[in-house]
Design a protein around this ligand. Structure first.
Ligand code: ATP
Length: 301
């Protein structure tokens, strides 16, 4: 059973105060973008994982791998005794703020649900996903959605439009908890008054209308100042994208991947070329992308 699952960008990431459970209250517009990890689940007695592809050496191959944790949770809840061998082909930057681990967890839930003939359905898998991580429910959902709580509560945001993005991964990753901690430090230094997180109407309207120029202007990420302080080189990456004519530029999630909005496919190709000339790797991705998709159900050898 082979499943492909897309990465995400946060078009808006509004970070509120810290809750009693230690998580920050967030309001975010999740957008699934067509850069995909591929996960193959095959029948086995135990639960094992191997990882190949981009930055595979940075991904754990023990029980801490998010895909393994997802398969284990599904087996426990469904009372399954069978195991699975998971083979992950990474294409999503690791620790890049694009929820690659969450994509693999979502792919594992969908693949093992089919491999073990459980047919639990998307809603049940989304609920299980919330136990694995804040971004996992959206990784199962795909498309565009408003995330609230710590990001796990979803309300779909329908849009009939396709947007072109250029993603520029950075050297090294950023740890999500470290970026939140830096955000708290900056807020303490600047005397931030706690306010509930909110998403501006301009962004929702631009998404609905398919207005890429307005969407580009509305992109915003409350974690960006913290990510820039931890990795100051990202400032230059964002500037390069703006100078090349991107409609919008921001750090994706907790970073360090930077996301640039293009007007269309040709504009995205031109941005990629400009980034390559400036010495950066750039990846073109379109979205909203559907959630995890079975690309091979193993029935035909
Ligand atoms: P988010 O945006 O959700 O915070 P991220 O994109 O910044 O996530 P991930 O690529 O999901 O980061 O990886 C975060 C860490 O999780 C990695 O440093 C890695 O050690 C660990 N990890 C566990 N399982 C996986 C997996 N299947 N793929 C990638 N990383 C994984």
């Amino acid at each position: 059973m082979t499943v492909e699952a897309p990465a995400k960008i946060n078009l808006r990431l509004a970070v509120g105060p810290v809750r009693a459970d230690g998580y920050h209250e967030v309001l975010t517009v999740y957008f699934a973008v067509g850069i995909r990890d591929r996960l193959r689940a095959s029948a086995a007695d135990d639960l094992t994982v191997e990882v190949v592809g981009r930055q595979a050496e940075l991904v754990p191959v023990d029980s801490s791998n998010l895909a393994v944790r997802a398969a284990r949770l599904l087996a426990e809840r469904a009372g399954v005794r069978a195991g699975a061998h998971l083979r992950i082909d990474k294409r999503i930057p690791v620790a890049g703020g694009m929820a690659g681990g969450s994509a693999d967890a979502a792919a594992a839930l969908v693949a093992c649900d089919r491999l073990w003939n459980l047919n639990l359905g998307r809603d049940a898998l989304i609920e299980l996903g919330a136990e694995l991580g804040s971004d996992v429910p959206f990784a199962v959902h795909g498309g565009v959605a408003l995330g609230s709580g710590r990001g796990e509560r979803l309300d779909p945001l329908p849009t009939r439009h396709v947007f072109d993005w250029v993603l520029v991964p950075a050297e090294g990753g950023l740890s999500t908890p470290a970026v939140y901690a830096e955000c708290d430090r900056i807020r303490e230094e600047t005397g931030w008054e706690p306010v509930p997180p909110r998403v501006e109407e301009e962004l929702i309207g631009a998404l609905e209308r398919g207005d890429a120029a307005a969407l580009g202007r509305a992109l915003a990420n409350d974690l960006q100042p913290a990510a820039l302080r931890l990795n100051p080189a990202l400032e230059a990456t964002l500037r390069t994208g703006r100078e090349l004519g991107a409609l919008g530029a921001l750090v994706s999630g907790s970073g360090p991947t930077c996301a640039f909005l293009a007007a269309d496919g040709a504009h995205a190709a031109a941005l990629c070329k400009g980034f390559a000339e400036a010495g950066h790797t750039a990846i073109h991705g379109t979205g909203p992308a559907p959630g995890p998709r079975v690309v091979d159900d193993g029935r035909y050898p």
